[in-house]
Design a protein around this ligand. Structure first.
Ligand code: BEZ
Length: 406
């Protein structure tokens, strides 16, 4: 009966999502046809039949962060394929919605998932400003949101909603971890800081400055470029050159990271001014598109494909077999969001009980990034790694060169 009601609600509420639901189902069917059911290791409760659950996945399918959205969708769907399309024993009906470039598109898409599609939980969200705009929507509706990328500090801060968890990072943490190391490596020289002009850009540079300046580092200048619109970085790179900086610290991701790093090299700065930043600068398909322009870039992140642990080796192998490319931090964060839902849906079906069950998960022992857990503010308690872009065979990797103080 419950199943029949779910079907009825689906037909009534998801007409505009039919193509994406169908797309996801086709993918899953194709996965099992290719023998990928052999990846299956059962759900959190052993895979018993507990009916079905409708979940929303809100990721950018368009705009500068579309490559991140693709990786996140891949990570979530890999987990489903590995677990027979069940989370917590419930068959998953996944509604994928386009976050687009920011809150103008992400907020209405998230509202639709919650109010019209009536999903039990939403996962995804790349952009910090979109995440902040969704806080009250999910809090009012009592629908858990698992942020699988956006780093907005406040979304899991002391004033965050009890319905919002995060499997990624906070903008402060990933950059604060790196400040003292950069100050030491640049040894007295000044650093120029750059980022796109929106919430994440401002928070990421603020996090870096906090520990960099406290460790005796000095800034040559800082600059915020129009977000999602800047294709030509030359005027900004001219300002860097004039500033007398000895190094640059930059947060860019997706299409902007590709243009920035390539133009940094074309402008003759690569090799002369070391380039640092949070790891989004050189992650995944972005790194392949940057090519040799990215060689030597040093970053801080909570993941690298090169991490030497059994869970990561299996994850990289399964992901590469399914998609023909290496996973990224975005795929891992989304795979971990599916893990969280798997464990919590085994205990509850939605609302306050599901939010409570998320808080009771404890350690994520099998995460490709290594074991981690939700901290008191529902964000991850995790280590960060220092990485450097190096050549490996015909390609490029983010080699892990050390662990950074949390
Ligand atoms: C953000 O908006 O929070 C964000 C976007 C891309 C990479 C990292 C953070």
């Amino acid at each position: 009966m419950e199943k029949a009601m779910d079907m009825f609600r689906h037909v009534r509420h998801t007409w505009s999502a039919i193509s994406v639901v169908a797309g996801a189902s086709v993918l899953l069917l194709a996965a099992s046809a290719c023998g990928e059911s052999s990846l299956s290791s059962g759900g959190a409760d052993g895979g018993g039949d507990k009916g079905s659950v409708k979940l929303g996945l809100l990721v950018p399918l368009s705009g500068v962060y579309a490559p991140l959205g693709r990786d996140m969708r891949n990570g979530f769907e890999l987990y489903l394929a590995q677990h027979g399309n069940k989370l917590g024993g419930k068959t998953v009906e996944l509604v994928v919605a386009d976050e687009g470039g920011g809150p103008d598109t992400g907020l209405p898409a998230g509202q639709k998932l919650v109010t019209r599609d009536q999903v039990a939980a939403v996962a995804g969200v790349v952009n910090s400003a979109t995440a902040i705009s969704l806080r009250d929507v999910v809090d009012d509706a009592k629908v858990p949101l698992i942020v699988a990328n956006a780093g907005a500090n406040a979304i899991t801060g002391a004033k965050g909603s009890p319905y919002v968890y995060r499997t990624s990072f906070s903008n402060a943490a990933v950059n604060e971890a790196f400040g003292a190391t950069v100050a030491k490596e640049v040894a007295g020289g000044k650093v120029y800081a750059m980022a796109p002009d929106y919430l994440a850009g401002q928070e990421q540079i603020a996090g870096f400055k906090k520990t960099f300046l406290a460790a005796g580092g000095r800034l040559a200048g800082e600059q915020y470029t129009p977000f999602g619109k800047t294709q030509d970085f030359q005027p900004y790179l001219s300002a860097v050159r004039r500033s007398g900086a000895k190094a640059v610290y930059a947060f860019y991701s997706g299409a902007e990271a590709v243009s920035f790093v390539k133009q940094y090299a074309q402008f003759g700065l690569a090799g002369r001014l070391p380039l640092y930043g949070p790891g989004f600068l050189t992650e995944g398909s972005v790194l392949a598109a940057q090519g040799d322009a990215a060689l030597g870039v040093r970053t801080s992140l909570h993941y690298s494909t090169e991490l030497d642990n059994p869970a990561n080796k299996k994850f990289v192998a399964d992901y590469t077999a399914k998609y023909g490319s290496s996973p990224t931090v975005f795929s891992v964060q989304s795979w971990d969001a599916a893990t969280a839902l798997d464990k919590a849906l085994a205990k509850a079906s939605g609302g306050a009980e599901l939010a409570k069950a998320l808080g009771e998960i404890g350690a994520f022992e099998d995460s490709p990034r290594g074991p981690w857990r939700f901290g008191p503010n529902r964000g991850p308690d995790q280590p960060f790694y220092q990485r450097e872009v190096r050549k490996q065979g015909a390609g490029l990797i983010n080699a892990v060169v050390g662990e950074l103080a949390a």
